[in-house]
Structure formats: C-alpha cells, structure tokens
Design a protein around this ligand. Structure first.
Ligand code: DAH
Length: 341
C-alpha cells in the first residue's frame, strides 16, 4: 500500500503542475481526491490492513491528501494570476496612440446676431420674454387693433389651424406686446424674439418661416423721443457708432403714430448701390407709439400710461451683418456654409 500511495503522490503532483486551464485542474482534483478518486479508493482498502500498519498507512494517506490539496490550490492560484496578467496586458492603454479628433460645433450665425442684440437690450433693462408660435387670432390681430376684415388676416397670407380662423401660426411677434402687457406689472420693458409664419414662396429674401424681434416699453410719460433715442442707441451698437438713421412715417394698426426706421447704406454711404437697391437707405424696423386702443385692450389707461413698440426681422439683420446674399443659406444648414462664420 505504501508503494501505491507513493505512486499516487508522485503521479498526482506531477500532473497537477501541468494544467493551464482551471477546468483541467478540477478534473485532476476529481481524479485523485474525488469520491471515486484513486486516493479515496485506496483508503477504502485500509480496513484490510493489520492493526500496526493501519495507523501508519492512515497517516501517510492523510499526508498525501494534504500535499495534493495544497498543490492543487497553489496551481489554481497560479492560473488565476496568469489569467489576470493576460487580461491586464490585453486591456493595456497605449497613451501614445493619437486620439480621435472631436469636431467642435459652433453657434449658427443668426443666433450669434440674436445673442448680441439680446445683450444690448438686457443692458438697457429689458426682460426677454418667450411666447407661443401657435396663437389665438385675438392676440395676433384683434387685440392689436387689427379688425376682422383687415387684409393681413386673409387666408391667403396666414396659416390658420382652425376653420373658424381663431387659431393660427403667428404672423408677427407683435402678439407678445399683448402678452407682455397682460402678464406683467407696469412699467414694462420687454424684448421678445421668435419665429413667425406667413404664406410666402421661398426666394432669396422670403421664407414661410422667419424670425422677428419684438420690443415694447410701457410706462408713464413715454414719448416718441424715447422711441428714437432707444432705437438709435441700439442700432449704433449693432451697425457702428457713426451709423446715420432716419425715421419715416408709416402705418401699423397697433401703433399711432407709426414709423419705419432706415439706416444709411453702409456700403455706399447713401449714394445708391446694389446693397441698398439704389435707395441709399436700408429699412431695419417698424415701430411706433402703442395705440391707445391697444393699451385699453390690455386694461391699461392711455390717459396715464404710454409706450412704444418696435419689430425687426432677424434674418435681414444677420444677412447684413455677415454680408450673406441669400436668406435660404441661413435655413439650409449646410455645414460647409455655416463653418465660415
Ligand atoms: N409686426 C410688424 C410687422 O410684422 C412690425 C412692427 C411694426 C412691430 C411696428 C411693432 C411696431 O411693434 O410697433 O411688419
């Protein structure tokens, strides 16, 4: 029996040092130490030994078992470390490989212009107010003193969303005059940029969707002088301190008196050129003193309060600022175009 035990010890220890996979090592453990293993089978024969031999062989068998168990554990640890090393090697980070370049985007040129204008008005104490593009005809027209039979309300010009012509895509940001007066405590100084919609064919200067920037100031004692002073200051911040401006009489239903503001053509200095279409002047906005009826429609007493309002097209400003000749380029969002700014 001693020889058998020694043989198992020798063979098993040799075998155990061999396997490179955990499953093979486990198979060896079963082969020698398992219930039907070689060592176990040998131990079962112990009963047939003499009383002197039994304890000696028993001790030897236990030694062999302990030695084998230790060897298996040792080998398992070895395999585990090897596996870990292999994993670490595979996952190794090579910091010398050049990185993937992240392509940086940037602001759309029109929004750069808008942000600049917002900053100018915020510095003057204006609040920026956002409003709905789907609007009630009441806010887009009626409360703005634009009667039901006014040509601007035609179905041919306006995108109506209901048969009864009560809900529409706003045609102007002037709806925000009403919303500002209804939602704010007086006095108010509000700037409201946003999208507007009209049934216009697309060409170099028209689009069925474009942006306007509306402004309204209502307080006690506001005059046409405040309108001119404010708008002159703003336009000079945008176009340069030496910009020459003029105010021309005009008509809007919601202002009285109404005007349009022109700047002298910065390209030709007023002589006339393609940029100003030979006029020498370029129209930049519509404005006026808020009509007393509009104030009344918002529950404001025109005997106590007065105000001025203005509206300008954002695309036209951006086109002028960046010398872009076609409005379609602003909306197409071709990165080859946008990357230039
Ligand atoms: N809403 C006008 C338009 O779309 C522009 C405008 C004119 C706005 C005069 C105003 C204003 O606030 O006072 O043509």
């Amino acid at each position: 029996m001693k020889e058998q035990l020694e043989a198992i010890r020798k063979a098993a220890l040799e075998a155990v040092a061999g396997p490179q996979a955990t499953a093979d090592l486990e198979a060896l453990r079963v082969k020698y130490l398992g219930k039907k293993g070689e060592l176990t089978a040998l131990l079962k024969q112990m009963g047939g030994l003499s009383a002197e031999l039994r304890p000696v062989m028993g001790q030897l068998a236990n030694e062999v078992r302990a030695e084998l168990e230790a060897a298996i554990e040792n080998q398992a640890g070895l395999l585990e470390r090897k596996a870990m090393e292999a994993r670490l090697e595979n996952e190794a980070l090579d910091v010398t490989i050049p990185g993937k370049k992240v392509r940086m985007g940037h602001k759309h040129p029109m929004y750069s212009v808008l942000d600049e204008i917002k900053d100018i008005f915020i510095a003057l104490g204006f609040e920026i107010l956002d409003g709905p593009e789907v609007e009630l005809a009441d806010y887009n027209f009626t409360k703005l003193n634009t009667p039901a039979d006014h040509p601007a309300r035609e179905w041919s010009d306006t995108f109506y969303l209901t048969e009864d012509s009560n809900v529409l895509l706003r045609t102007q940001t002037s709806n925000m005059q009403i919303r500002a007066m209804e939602s704010r405590e007086l006095p108010i100084r509000v700037l409201s940029p946003g999208r507007v919609y009209r049934k216009d064919e697309v060409d170099a200067t028209h689009s069925p969707m474009f942006h306007q920037i509306e402004g309204i100031v209502v307080d006690k004692g506001v005059t046409m002088g405040d309108l001119k002073g404010t708008l002159n200051a703003v336009i000079r911040r945008i176009y340069g301190e030496n910009t020459v401006t003029r105010f021309r009489p005009h008509h809007f239903p919601f202002t009285e008196p109404s005007c349009e503001m022109d700047i002298q053509c910065h390209k030709c200095g007023g002589v006339g050129c393609p940029t100003c279409k030979g006029e020498g002047w370029i129209e930049v906005l519509g404005a006026g003193m808020v009509h007393p009826k509009v104030l009344q429609n918002c529950g404001i007493d025109p005997e106590v309060y007065s105000g001025f309002a203005f509206g300008m097209g954002l695309e036209r400003l951006a086109l002028g600022q960046y010398k872009i000749s076609d409005m379609r380029l602003i909306f197409e969002n071709d990165v080859r175009f946008l990357e230039q700014f």
